[in-house]
Design a protein around this ligand. Structure first.
Ligand code: FAD
Length: 555
């Protein structure tokens, strides 16, 4: 009989604990040691913002396992407040330090799994030590303690965690301002979609300072844009990005990318064959584009399990990452998958973009909510490159599209997906099916114009025809548009023949009917994608200045 193998895992939360428990299920006899620098293992980091706001009332609900429960069920040797200090790949040993006693020890491993995660960035600005960050239970406790005496909070960074914190600090009754360097919230979304989320934040009393840089933190205020202005703040939370905790990987000579993320192959193996790495500290193979980090719990868990499979002799390759993510902001759901229009246009990719604004389920059934959807498609191959959704049922539609992407289902085929339907859940033609129909129309030769292309087209001499009703037009219309309602359009065909015409309606659906009609009378016609609704969101997001609505944003 061979002697039991020893597996050492660095990091006892998402990726690390998935690897450890999977390894136990595959190898009952191995010695599995989990090293965790912090005080807790297997805690629900994704739930932390909600305890700050009292939405998750019970703090203990966030601590899913303890060393004792993991020892009892999985016979894991879990050591908290224990740090892996150095790896020696030549002797396959890790030097560890007990942070309570200071004692050091060397552990031999047959395989080592690194899942050290990524630490919140502390930007080099005066007073940064006054800022709080949120990564673990200890950070959460510190924020709650500081919030107890605070009245006015500044959250720096409008990413997922920053916005979750902003909402939850509002739930505590605090005045909240968010300072964000980019001209929008939530970088993975495009401007006009992100605007819908920004509006919801403002409606709920969150002050947004977009395109604004945090330059310093003083005891009772923050300094913005190098001193151009200040904001009162008795609590500042920094949520401005992360850096990989890959120092021990670097010192062990493991390959890392230019930003310090550990490079792994499709089996999560590092440049040393006995060392695996997963989670926020590693680069991921992307479905489109170069490997890069993706900071998501699902991927950390999945890759932890995969590394365990490989170690246990069940090798298989990681599926590329799509970056599927979701957030709830004051009751508004926003979800995203894949690439953004901004990124792809900055790369010069030929793409088709589709915006729709359906209801999440049949409008006649009580409780229907508005949903805004965006699909981004490779213009040549019809491959789905990305999707964004804001509103009721956003997460369901993005999950369907993410599944379609994983199965390499082209955009046109979304029309043919057979999705469950009853009036309280969806529509006989689900919003996802509708995206497929719109794509089919575009493949069939229908032309569309994006909200940020409109002013250029009009300057080139295209006429803009609003086909909505008089009442809708009177309530707000695109400057320079002419009103010719859809029902009366046939009477005006002669005056439009020979012209280049853009039709617009509320969401693009009547525009499609108008475009189909005019095309058949020989009019050169394009439909304003997403109609007045998308255009208005885009213009509001850019303060009406559409000269550069797709600013290049550094990755
Ligand atoms: P972690 O879970 O961070 O675990 C790494 C652990 O390693 C840490 O506890 C660290 O102390 C320990 N460690 C590091 N170095 C050493 C060392 N040398 N020795 C010993 N221990 C070490 N993702 C989602 O998909 N959805 C969400 O809603 C979501 N919400 C989030 C909310 C918050 C507040 C945070 C912080 C993250 C959230 N995430 C979310 C991201 C998700 O939690 C991470 O992607 C995931 O936890 C990464 O797993 P990991 O194992 O790589 O790192």
């Amino acid at each position: 009989m061979t002697s039991p193998r020893t597996f050492v895992i660095v990091g006892g939360v998402a990726g690390g604990m998935s690897a450890a428990t999977r390894l136990r299920r595959l190898d009952e006899h191995a010695h599995i040691i989990v090293l965790e620098r912090g005080a807790h293992v297997s805690f629900a980091n994704c739930g932390l913002p909600y305890h700050v706001g009292g939405v998750i009332a019970d703090r203990n609900a966030l601590i899913l396992q303890t060393p004792a429960t993991l020892g009892a069920r999985f016979a894991l040797d879990v050591r908290v407040r224990t740090e892996a200090m150095a790896i020696d790949p030549a002797t396959r040993t890790v030097t560890i330090r007990d942070l309570t006693s200071g004692d050091e020890q060397r552990l031999h491993y047959d395989a080592l799994v690194l899942s050290p995660g990524a630490a919140p960035l502390r930007i080099p600005i005066p007073g940064v030590e006054r800022g709080f960050v949120l990564r673990d239970v200890t950070d959460m406790d510190a924020i709650i303690a500081a919030a107890t005496d605070a009245r006015r909070v500044v959250v720096a960074g409008a990413g997922f965690i920053g916005l979750e914190l902003a909402e939850n600090l509002r739930h505590r009754g605090l005045e909240v301002a968010v300072v964000e360097m980019l001209p929008q919230v939530l970088r993975p979304f495009d401007l006009e979609m992100a605007h819908l989320i920004a509006e919801r934040l403002r409606e709920n009393g969150v002050e947004l300072h977009l395109g604004t840089t945090l330059s310093g933190i003083e005891p009772d205020h923050v300094i913005l844009d190098g001193g151009a202005s200040t904001l009162p703040a008795d609590l500042v939370v920094l949520s401005v990005g992360v850096r990989p905790e890959s120092g021990i990987a670097r010192d062990a000579g493991l390959a890392r990318d230019s930003r310090g993320y550990i490079i792994v192959d499709a089996e999560q193996r590092t440049s040393d064959p006995a060392i695996f790495a997963v989670g926020d500290a590693v680069v991921k193979q992307r479905f489109d584009g170069d490997p890069s980090p993706v900071w998501l719990a699902g991927l950390a868990n999945r890759h932890g399990r995969l590394a365990a499979d490989v170690i246990a002799g069940r090798p298989h390759a990681a599926v590329p990452a799509f970056g599927t993510a979701v957030i709830g902001v004051f009751g508004l759901t926003a979800a995203v998958v894949g690439r953004s229009e901004r990124e792809l246009r900055n790369e010069g990719r030929a793409i088709r973009v589709i915006h729709t604004h359906p209801m999440n389920h049949a409008g006649y059934y009580p409780g229907a909510e508005a949903l805004s959807l965006k699909l981004i498609v490779d213009a040549e191959t019809d491959a789905i490159l990305g999707a964004q959704a804001v509103g009721g049922g956003a997460e369901k539609r993005i999950d369907i599209i993410a599944t379609a992407m994983a199965g390499a289902i082209p955009a046109r085929a979304l029309a043919d997906l057979e999705l469950a339907y009853a009036p309280q859940f969806g529509s006989a033609k689900d919003p996802v099916n509708m995206l497929g129909y719109v794509d089919d129309n575009l493949l069939d030769g229908e032309k569309s114009v994006q909200w940020h292309e409109l002013s250029d087209r009009v300057a080139e001499g295209w006429r803009l025809i609003d086909v909505r009703t008089e009442t809708e037009n009177a309530a707000g219309a695109i400057p320079g548009s002419e009103l010719l309602t859809l029902d009366g359009l046939r009477d005006h065909v002669d005056s439009l023949r020979g012209e280049r015409v853009i039709v617009t309606c509320k969401v693009g659906q009547r525009g499609h009917t108008a475009a189909a009609l005019l095309r058949q009378y020989g009019v050169t016609v394009a439909n304003l994608d997403g109609g007045y609704t998308t255009w208005r969101a885009g213009m509001a997001a850019t303060d009406g200045v559409a000269n550069n609505p797709l600013p290049a944003v550094a990755a």
